[in-house]
Design a protein. Structure first.
Length: 139
């Protein structure tokens, strides 16, 4: 060993005091509480706890799965355009990208015509001028 020897502390054996002693006036001693565990009951309790936990996990997974599906569906509906809207947008963009040099029919049945803005402004001014000359006042 080393220079220092470790000695064990001697156990102290005290005499039991009055609190530890039971008198005859107390009657028979009580049985020890939970001296014997009931394995069947413990197994049932464990089974109930495990089943409840698994059931809760399944419910949470189903709930959040449904919630995320609804959110994805809502996001797709609000951000992704339908095929009809996409074709309408492409047609409108093609019409806007094409230069307008002269007036042309867009839809004869509906009476829709494409007119360059400068030409349209000139026609409006000309109509007002004709009304003024004709004595219409122009207002």
């Amino acid at each position: 060993m080393s220079d220092h020897e470790y000695k064990q502390t001697k156990p102290v054996h005290e005499k039991a005091d009055q609190w530890h002693r039971h008198g005859a006036e107390e009657g028979h001693a009580q049985k020890e509480h939970a001296a014997k565990a009931n394995p069947a009951l413990l197994g049932v309790v464990l089974g109930v706890v495990v089943a409840a936990t698994l059931g809760l996990v399944v419910l949470v997974v189903l709930y959040f799965g449904r919630a995320t599906t609804d959110l994805r569906r809502e996001r797709i509906e609000t951000t992704a355009l339908s095929a009809e809207a996409n074709s309408y947008r492409a047609q409108a963009k093609a019409n806007l990208d094409r230069p307008i040099d002269e007036d042309s029919w867009v839809d004869r049945e509906a009476g829709t015509v494409r007119v360059p803005i400068e030409m349209a402004m000139d026609r409006v001014v000309e109509r007002y001028a004709q009304r003024r000359r004709a004595g219409g006042g122009g207002s």
